[in-house]
Design a protein around this ligand. Structure first.
Ligand code: FES
Ligand SMILES: [Fe+2]
Length: 343
């Protein structure tokens, strides 16, 4: 595909809040770039380029100081969380140099719903065009999570995720499988993606929750929410499944599955504990297999209607990239539509 692999001016999710304690930092690859992700001693999460502007040493090998700066391990230059250099220890009196004129690229960070979002601007320093997605429920509590690294670029990870017909083959388990039958689903555009509108799911696993509806959203760069709504014992509930693909580089994409549900629904936890990892591993294994074919750079196909979500993904991505490039408004190319397939 000739389009750019990465879209910018968007929020990416490299880590869970719980993975970063105060005073910790580490290198996180993001869109092929080394990013220093850390948490200052005062609790503030931050992200900056993991390359010291002095002589290129990774700042992640340095220290977080009590004063809430990062000290480079080579000559001790200190950087605040906004990337501004606050001190150059080697300077002596009379050497007039303002360290604050030196800065390392910093990335806007938001922390919400137990997730750390990092904004990757097309032009470093420009303010975010959007805010990161919110988990669509009040006071979301993360109940289950699993991350696996897929050996592929973000496109193949995303397309695998939204593929409506692979389940019978890839997720070939008694607790998930169903004899394929004709389906038809309604889709509508969202601000930067599209939604499979609310419907009654047919997979038997959903019956754990009684009579429910589900709705599946996708928005750039790779946020998929499945919102399951129902009623049990007269109480309404929402179970939210969030899947995010975080592109590390052209050959590695982290697929992160996260579940949110109200505490009284905890009886569904064993289901995720026992099967959630297997489910994501199914998708990872097919990508590992796919890599054996892709290394010969074959031409690929996207056929309608079952590949229409993938076609839309490419169209939305391209339109977003153009709006970013030209500074124009984004116009979503997706139209409301019914898709039909057998699965
Ligand atoms: S390389 Fe970082 S302070 Fe010199
Ligand atoms: Fe899958």
């Amino acid at each position: 595909m000739s389009e750019e692999l990465y879209v910018r001016d968007l929020w990416y999710m490299p880590a869970l809040s719980s993975s970063l304690k105060a005073g910790q930092m580490r290198r996180e690859m993001l869109l092929g770039e080394p990013v220093l992700l850390g948490r200052m001693r005062d609790g503030a999460a931050f992200a900056m380029r993991d390359i010291c502007p002095h002589r290129g040493v990774p700042l992640s090998a340095g220290k977080i100081l009590a004063e809430n700066t990062v000290a480079c391990p080579y000559h001790g230059w200190r950087f605040r969380k906004d990337g501004v250099c606050s001190a150059i220890p080697s300077l002596v009196e009379g050497q007039e140099m303002d360290p604050e004129k030196i800065r390392v690229r910093s990335y806007p960070v938001r922390e919400q719903d137990g997730l750390i979002w990092v904004y990757v601007a097309a032009r470093p320093g420009t303010p975010p065009r959007t805010e990161p997605p919110r988990v669509p429920v009040e006071k979301p509590r993360m109940r289950w999570t699993e991350t696996q690294t897929f050996p592929c670029d973000i496109d193949h990870a995303v397309i695998g995720l939204m593929d409506p017909v692979h389940a019978a083959y890839v997720h070939d388990h008694w607790w998930w499988k169903r004899t394929p039958r004709p389906k038809q689903k309604q889709y509508a555009p969202l601000p930067t993606g599209f939604v499979m509108t609310k419907h009654k799911p047919t997979k038997p696993a959903y019956s754990l929750l009684g009579d429910v509806t589900t709705e599946i959203t996708f928005e750039l760069p790779s946020t998929r929410f499945e919102i399951v709504e129902g009623q049990l014992f007269g109480i309404s509930f929402k179970v939210i499944g969030l899947t995010v693909c975080t592109p590390r580089d052209a050959d590695h994409t982290d697929v992160m599955g996260i579940m949110y549900w109200p505490g009284w629904l905890n009886f569904i936890y064993p289901f995720f504990w026992a099967l959630g990892r297997t489910f994501i591993a199914d998708d990872r294994k097919i990508v590992e297999l796919q890599r054996e074919g892709l290394k010969f750079s074959p031409n690929l196909m996207l056929i309608q209607d079952s590949d229409m979500p993938a076609i839309w993904y490419h169209r939305v991505k391209k339109a977003w990239a153009e709006s970013t490039e030209n500074g124009t408004d984004f116009v979503n190319p997706v139209q409301e539509r019914t898709l039909r397939w057998r699965s």
